[in-house]
Design a protein around this ligand. Structure first.
Ligand code: PLP
Length: 389
């Protein structure tokens, strides 16, 4: 099929919920991808932080392939060894006690809301506080949790029980914790909200506040987790331990998985029948996730992410068209002088570089396994596009 035929098929048969770029990818290897005509791209998106080990990592492919040939699915009536092994590995990597498995970031957050509501029930605390410009998903409850009105429009009424405070403003959060709030949920670096990092003092202050007020501290690690910021989970670089962690995107290495992790003090807070998911904990997906965790939960691998992130950042900061760069590890947002981020994204795609945007910023989420050579190749295209803008 030609690209035009694919595009026509998309326009005719797919509900238009995405503003697509004129690229159809057919094949990939680590940070390189090819379209049906063989045009090559450098990939600085990793499928929005999903392909943590890049495209078609041989060991990941092998783990998934072998498991698909053994047993592809079983219902949650039965124990699954891939699933229980992944739960233990995640517990060791995160310092959390137990996992509930689902299929996406939004579902992981939905589970966190249930944990929070159940925790607050005993004292009538039902509200969940999130931050302005946060992003927590597209289901109705996660939409209400998302502190951006642009996403709410056209879908009112919102689910009840969510309140908001500005990011990096401890006093504003404190003022809202009046006994009616059971949990605070936030991203340590807001992704969709424009790659906005939370200050270390703010995060540590939140931990103290939550302890004082008996409120759960819940971190949405859906985008920041699984090595993205140079730590297995980003809070590990901020010297705190949360009560609840939600994780998805990079965890499956490209297959759909989400998990809600709870701390020891919340052990068995949800009882049989109180949460479930048909596909949650699927053995094929878990086999892929185990390979991801095995590779990424390693100090050498994580150090490498930090170094590549610092290198990319330094090179970007040296471009005259760049106003500033923010983010952590290999999660970077770039504010451009003058040029429009979306126009730059389109021109980069034409010239063979795939990038993302977040609000007015250009956003880079390359695979964590990207090579130095591919970072340089992508940077060269980016610099050229900026010089022509
Ligand atoms: C992508 C994202 C989500 C939603 O994940 P889905 O898998 O699309 O449901 C939630 N929170 C954050 C921080 C995200 O980046």
């Amino acid at each position: 099929m030609t690209f035009q035929e694919i595009k026509e098929q998309d326009q005719k048969y797919i509900l238009h919920t995405y503003g697509r770029v004129d690229v159809a990818l057919a094949k990939g290897a680590n940070a390189r991808a090819w379209d049906a005509d063989g045009k090559e791209y450098i990939d600085f998106t990793s499928g929005i932080g999903v392909n943590a080990l890049g495209y078609a990592d041989p060991d990941w492919v092998q783990a998934v392939r072998v498991q698909a040939g053994e047993i592809q699915h079983l219902c949650n009536y039965y124990y699954s060894p891939q699933n229980t092994a992944l739960a233990e590995e995640l517990s060791k990597a995160s310092g959390m006690a137990q996992a509930f498995f689902c299929n996406s970031g939004a579902e992981a957050n939905e589970c966190a809301f249930k944990v929070a509501r159940k925790y607050g029930e005993k004292r009538g605390a039902k509200k969940i506080l999130t931050l302005v410009d946060s992003f927590h998903g597209r289901t109705l409850a996660t939409l209400a949790a998302t502190g951006q009105e642009a996403f709410h429009k056209d879908f009112l009424p919102l689910n009840e029980g969510f309140v908001y405070a500005p990011a990096n403003d401890l006093e504003a959060v404190s003022a809202q914790l009046d006994g009616s709030v059971c949990a605070v949920l936030f991203e340590t670096v807001q992704g969709e909200g424009g790659v906005v990092p939370m200050e270390e003092g703010f995060v540590q202050g939140l931990r103290r506040l939550c302890d004082e007020k008996d409120v759960l501290l819940m971190i949405d690690e859906v985008q920041t987790g699984v090595g993205r910021t140079g730590y297995f989970y980003s809070y590990q670089g901020l010297d705190i331990q949360p009560d609840v962690v939600t994780t998805a995107k990079g965890l499956g290495g490209g297959l759909p998985i989400g998990a809600c992790l709870v701390a020891e003090r919340l052990r068995d807070i949800l009882k049989p029948g109180q949460q479930g998911s048909t596909f949650g904990g699927n053995p094929v997906v878990c086999a892929g996730a185990r390979e991801v965790v095995r590779r990424i939960n390693d100090s050498t691998f994580l150090q490498d992410v930090t170094e590549k992130g610092a290198y990319l950042r330094e090179k970007l900061e040296s471009l005259s068209q760049v106003e500033y760069v923010r983010g952590r590890g290999l999660m970077l947002g770039v504010k451009l002088r003058g040029a429009n981020a979306h126009d730059v994204l389109l021109e980069c795609a034409r010239q063979g570089l795939l990038i993302l945007t977040a609000k007015a910023l250009v956003r880079f989420l390359p695979p964590l396994t990207i090579t130095q050579e591919d970072i340089d190749a992508g940077l060269a295209i980016f610099a050229k596009v900026l010089s022509q803008a």
